[in-house]
Design a protein around this ligand. Sequence first.
Ligand code: NAP
Length: 245
Amino acid sequence: MAGRKVVLVTGGGRGIGAAVVRLAAAAGWDVAFTYASNSTRAEETAAAARAAGAEVLAIQADVADAASTASAFAAVDQRFGRLDALVNNAGITGPRGTLAETPDAVWEKVLATNVTGAARCCREALKRIPAGGAIVNVSSRAAGLGGGGEWIHYAASKGAMDTLTIGLAKEAAAQGVRVNAVSPGLIDTELHAAAGMPDRVAKFGGSVPLGRGGTAEEVAEGVLWLLTDAARYVTGANIHVSGGR
Ligand code: NAP
């Protein structure tokens, strides 16, 4: 299909998702993105993407909720009439805590958001994305590191996302759609403060092999590459954007 391509980014109001929205707009995509509740930040991100020449649709939608997700996809259909790519970026860590300290309710919320929510978005996206399109799942190096002492619930959810990526890459190849993951390491966003560790990047940045925490833009560069034709022979891959962590 000719014309500007459309990408849907979940959790695009702030942080890594917002960097993907801005970079995609600058690279010539039209962009739809969801956010949970922070409409001020979502509007700032939308304005930046519009200034880069993109048509932009910001949608308040809870990725953990089936009806809300269905409405978000319907809004994309109505506004753009096409969808070429999905970036499954919305994710939460839940509060910091050991396994012993973490109740079922935290596990359920984290898994509903990071795993079921992402899988549901993949299912909806694959009804729409034509051959040549792509899905990128924003996972985490926590999946490989395990999150012990901090958030096993979060790490395990990202392990599930990694498996989703491998399996779905095989299924979606039949329709010509590539499915890959990007696994960020320690990235300077508000996610750490939300988990009760505002100084986490400053505290642990020095222990990263490349000597520092990363930026949302550095992760977004990896996501954008996977969306483009330059990555046309890449599927089922998991790119660590983690400074060696
Ligand atoms: P962030 O700064 O906390 O931003 C999260 C974004 O997702 C916000 O726009 C938020 O909306 C949205 N969101 C949260 N829950 C949502 C829900 N239920 N439905 C829809 N949107 C929702 O997080 P980030 O650091 O950019 O993280 C983005 C992704 O990267 C996540 O999947 C995270 O696990 C992954 N990651 C991050 C790091 C890191 O060090 N930062 C490392 C590895 C992986 P509001 O603005 O409305 O709240």
